[in-house]
Write a protein that binds this ligand. Structure first.
Ligand SMILES: Cc1cc2nc3c(=O)[nH]c(=O)nc-3n(C[C@H](O)[C@H](O)[C@H](O)COP(=O)(O)OP(=O)(O)OC[C@H]3O[C@@H](n4cnc5c(N)ncnc54)[C@H](O)[C@@H]3O)c2cc1C
Length: 295
C-alpha cells in the first residue's frame, strides 16, 4: 500500500470520468473524503491517484420542479439539511441528515459519497429507495439512469464501482397521487451508524385510498432490500381509518424478509425484532404526514 498518492483536479464531470478510465482501478474519486480518508488509512482501498471532485460546482445543486427533485451528487449533507423548506421530501431527507455524523462532517460529506460508499447501514440509501429515486450515472459512453434500488450491488459495491460517476439523484413527483416518506433507525449513540433502519413511503389517491407503499430496509442484508410482502399490506386502506393491526402485520412481514447478521453491534434476532418496530413506526409517520389516522 502506498503512503502517498498522486492528485488531479478535473475541470468537468466528463473529464473526471475520462481520467478515471485512463488511470485505472488505482485511481479513486474523492468527494468529501470522509469515508475515503478512513478507507485509505485502514488500507482497505488502494489509492494511487486521487481524482478530486471538490471543485465540480455543477454537481452541487438541489433543484425542485413540478415533476421531480434533482439532487447533485456533490451536494453536501449540510446543504440537504438546509433544504427542508423547499419540499416535504426534502424535509424528510433533511431530518435524516440530522441523524448523520456531526455538523462539521456534514459540511463536507456529500450525498453522492454516502450512496457510492454503499454501507448497508447508510442513512440516506433506504429513503431514496423508498422515494423511488433514480441514479444518473456518467460513464465513458455517456449518461444512463438506473433505479436507486438497483444501484447497490454489495457491501461498498455499486453500479459505479467500475469507475463511472454518480452525477445526480432524481426523485419523481407523480402528478396523480400524494406521497410522503419517513425514516426510522435504531443506533447505539448519535454518531454511530444504524443497527437497523427502515424507510417507508405511502402514496394515496385523491379519494384518500392508499395506492402503494415502498418499504426499504437497511443493515439487514449486504444491500438495501425492499419487502414486497410488507408493501402489499396497506394497499386499498382508507387513509382516514388505518387499522393499526395492518402496520403490525407489515412490520412482521418485513422482518421475515430481512436477512440480518449478528455482529459486535447487535444480534440477528435483535435486528429482526427492531425491523418490526422501525417499519411500523415509519409507516405510521408517513400516514400522519399525509393527514391520515391510525386507529
Ligand atoms: C465521524 C463520522 C460519522 C459518520 N456518521 C455517519 C452516519 O451517521 N450515517 C451515515 O450514513 N454515514 C456516516 N458517516 C459516513 C460518511 O460521512 C458518509 O458516508 C458521507 O456522506 C460520505 O460522503 P463523502 O463525500 O465524504 O464521500 P467520499 O469519502 O469522498 O467517497 C466515498 C466513496 O464514494 C466514492 N464516490 C464519491 N462520490 C462519488 C461520485 N459522485 N461518483 C462515484 N463515486 C463516488 C468514492 O470514490 C469513495 O469510494 C460518518 C463518517 C464519519 C467520519
Amino acid at each position: 500500500m502506498r503512503s502517498q498518492f498522486d492528485y488531479s483536479r478535473p475541470a468537468s464531470p466528463q473529464e473526471a470520468v475520462a481520467m478515471r478510465a485512463r488511470l485505472g482501478d488505482g485511481a479513486r474519486f474523492w468527494a468529501g473524503g470522509t469515508d475515503m480518508i478512513l478507507m485509505w488509512q485502514r488500507e482497505e482501498v488502494s489509492l494511487d491517484h486521487c481524482i478530486d471532485l471538490t471543485f465540480l460546482d455543477e454537481l452541487r445543486f438541489i433543484d425542485v420542479a413540478d415533476d421531480r427533485i434533482r439532487i447533485g451528487a456533490m451536494a453536501t449533507l449540510a446543504a440537504l439539511e438546509r433544504s427542508a423548506e423547499r419540499h416535504p421530501h426534502l424535509r424528510t431527507l433533511s431530518d435524516i441528515t440530522k441523524l448523520m455524523c456531526t455538523p462539521q462532517t456534514r459540511s463536507i460529506a456529500t450525498v453522492g459519497g454516502n450512496l457510492c460508499n454503499a454501507s448497508p447501514a447508510a442513512d440516506l440509501s433506504p429513503a431514496f429507495v423508498a422515494l423511488d429515486a433514480e441514479a444518473v450515472i456518467l460513464g465513458p459512453d455517456g449518461e444512463r439512469r438506473i433505479a436507486m434500488e438497483d444501484f447497490f450491488e454489495g457491501v461498498n459495491h455499486t453500479a459505479v464501482s467500475n469507475g463511472d460517476l454518480l452525477s445526480e439523484i432524481v426523485i419523481p413527483l407523480p402528478p396523480d397521487r400524494r406521497v410522503e416518506a419517513s425514516y426510522r433507525r435504531i443506533d447505539r449513540t448519535v454518531v454511530d451508524i444504524a443497527l437497523v433502519n427502515a424507510s417507508a413511503s405511502v402514496s394515496v389517491d385523491a379519494g384518500s385510498r392508499v395506492t402503494g407503499t415502498r418499504i426499504a430496509l437497511g443493515a439487514v442484508a449486504p444491500v438495501i432490500i425492499r419487502s414486497g410482502a410488507a408493501e402489499a399490506v396497506l394497499v386499498g386502506a382508507d387513509l382516514n381509518n388505518v387499522d393499526s393491526g395492518l402496520l403490525v402485520k407489515a412490520g412482521e412481514l418485513a422482518a421475515a424478509d430481512a436477512k440480518p447478521i449478528s455482529d459486535v453491534r447487535a444480534s440477528a434476532d435483535y435486528r429482526r425484532a427492531m425491523i418490526k418496530v422501525m417499519v411500523k413506526r415509519a409507516l405510521n409517520d408517513s400516514i400522519t404526514k399525509l393527514g391520515g389516522t391510525v386507529t
